[in-house]
Design a protein around this ligand. Sequence first.
Ligand code: FAQ
Length: 321
Amino acid sequence: MSAPTLDRPDAAAPDEAALQAHFDATIAADRRVEPRDWMPEAYRKGLVRQIAQHAHSEIIGMQPEGDWLLAAPSLRRKAVLLAKVQDEAGHGMYLYSAAETLGADRADLTDKLIEGRQKYSSIFNYPTLTYADCGVIGWLVDGAAICNQVPLCRSSYGPYARAMIRVCKEESFHQRQGYELLMTMMRGTPEQRAMVQDAVDRWWWPSLMMFGPPDDDSPNSAQSMAWGVKRHSNDELRQRYVDMSVPQAAALGVTLPDPELALDPETGRHRFGQIDWAEFKQVISGNGPCNAERVSRRRAARDDNAWVTEAATAYAAKHAS
Ligand code: FAQ
């Protein structure tokens, strides 16, 4: 039986129960839901929520490393960093496009971000104090992003899953450039090695928070996983990330700042210390070290560049007529 769709007015109008049954069967068979398909309103809203917060994270996420573009230590480092920061802008654009397929309006989503009605990743509310922070963002933050986003390539919503494939390929380059920068610094002077260790000490715990609250305090996880939007729980992915990062830290020659971090011989997984969830809640409520600055820059970019949008809109309208 072909799928009932909203763009086939000639087809006998299926009732809500039939549409819901078709949607449920699509999810149960692990097939993709596409923009033309009927979907429950809660599924659409949940996707817009996650995709928008993901898009906002990519755009706000340009700022911490962007702060170093004018102070990169060499032309090569500057070219690499510039390419990476531009990629993040591209990721934001793919994601806003995916949200538009669900009926969301890009300008409206940006307004919601600026007004604090939608979130962006907690990680981007910490400052980049030295150039080693750029390497650590590549290694740990892009590493966490890959760990979280590779399963999203199999997300049930087609446009989101397809956007993730390209995003993950680019994030792999980002992670490698960060790790390579840190390897270079670790082969350098004692001061450079100390800079790397200091950056790792500051970014490790916030990186673990990127995976979201613990499973028993994650209001969206159960439904999101039942719909196949998320494929793994927050704690599962966090554990995978810790297991992946420990040998990378050893190869680099840095210590992860957690005295409780230890391999559990029975499970083969690493035990780790308690995450400061009070800090996480503060950061996602707008009270992290850099929240105000990040949002005020985004507001300034929207307002100062409004004339570009107006000019492009007028030009497009003129061409269309
Ligand atoms: N920060 O019920 P859950 C990157 C919110 S991209 C802020 O567990 P869910 C690339 C959550 O939204 C990084 N808020 O939610 C890059 C919800 O609030 P809401 C972004 C967080 O959706 C690298 C509430 O807490 N990646 O790094 C955070 O099931 C370098 C309850 O949470 C993505 O967005 C957090 N860490 O699971 C760029 C990946 N965690 O919306 C530049 C896609 C949770 O109800 C440089 N997203 N919240 O008001 C996801 O996989 C999921 O949305 C989770 C959260 C796992 C983030």
